[in-house]
Design a protein around this ligand. Structure first.
Ligand SMILES: CC(C)(COP(=O)(O)OP(=O)(O)OC[C@H]1O[C@@H](n2cnc3c(N)ncnc32)[C@H](O)[C@@H]1OP(=O)(O)O)[C@@H](O)C(=O)NCCC(=O)NCCS
Length: 200
């Protein structure tokens, strides 16, 4: 396991991936508080999303990192934009959570422009090249076509399907309970023709 525990700033052609900070709470509250995003996520995410949902999430993340958990948590910011965070990637290489080692979301206004695939490629590169991780897992609800495409475009290999045992009844309606499991392995990094980001 790598000794690097601090989230580095990464950059891609269109994005800066910078570490999550308490000041991101308003942007997360604005963009993440959206059923079109949350319906695809694990049942641990509250819905309706509380008014202090973002603040609570960030504070918990920072506590976990301070307690020594290996969590990398990036906010996505458009290069040349106003600096507001528009998405998130969370990577926990050591986790054996049924939901996999990585999660992501992007503000709905920015969907289908290839932005998440670009950001995920940079994180894959960081995981494999900088941390030296050989492989990790990622999952998505079987119905989540966009997340599946991001994985396909960034070198993930389909492992199989599992039932999401802990899905709430509410989420089960949209998930159908089925989750696709993907393997990300070092030799797959870079496939899909997307150029990697840079560690700053
Ligand atoms: C998943 C998510 C991050 C993707 O972000 P994004 O920046 O739009 O992703 P990209 O543009 O890189 O790729 C999306 C791909 O899905 C495709 N897609 C999206 N909706 C689709 C649909 N209904 N049918 C077919 N393809 C679809 C897009 O066309 C694109 O593929 P392409 O480049 O081959 O055309 C974004 O949709 C999101 O935040 N969703 C809600 C949260 C979520 O699902 N997170 C992942 C949980 S596992």
């Amino acid at each position: 396991m790598s000794e690097i525990t601090k989230t580095p700033t990464l950059q891609t052609a269109r994005l800066i991936l910078r570490p999550l900070a308490l000041t991101d709470a308003p942007a997360i509250q604005r963009h993440f508080n959206n059923w079109n995003i949350i319906q695809h996520l694990a049942s641990v995410v509250p819905w309706p999303y509380p008014e202090d949902g973002a603040e609570t999430f960030i504070a918990r993340e920072l506590e976990k990192v301070a307690a020594g958990e290996e969590i990398y948590n990036w906010m996505l910011v458009l290069r040349g934009g106003d600096g507001e965070a528009i998405g998130n990637i969370r990577f926990r290489p050591g986790s054996d959570d049924a939901n996999g080692n990585r999660g992501f979301w992007l503000a709905e206004h920015y969907w289908n422009r290839g932005l998440m695939s670009e950001a995920v490629s940079a994180v894959n590169d960081f995981a494999f090249r900088t941390l030296g991780i050989e492989s990790f897992y990622a999952c998505n609800a079987a119905t989540n076509v966009a997340s599946r495409r991001v994985k396909q475009k960034t070198g993930a290999e389909l492992v199989g399907y599992i039932e999401l045992a802990h899905a709430s009844a509410l989420r089960s309606l949209s998930f159908g309970g089925q989750v696709v499991v993907w393997l990300l392995a070092d030799d797959a990094a870079g496939s899909g023709g997307i150029s990697f980001g840079q560690v700053l």
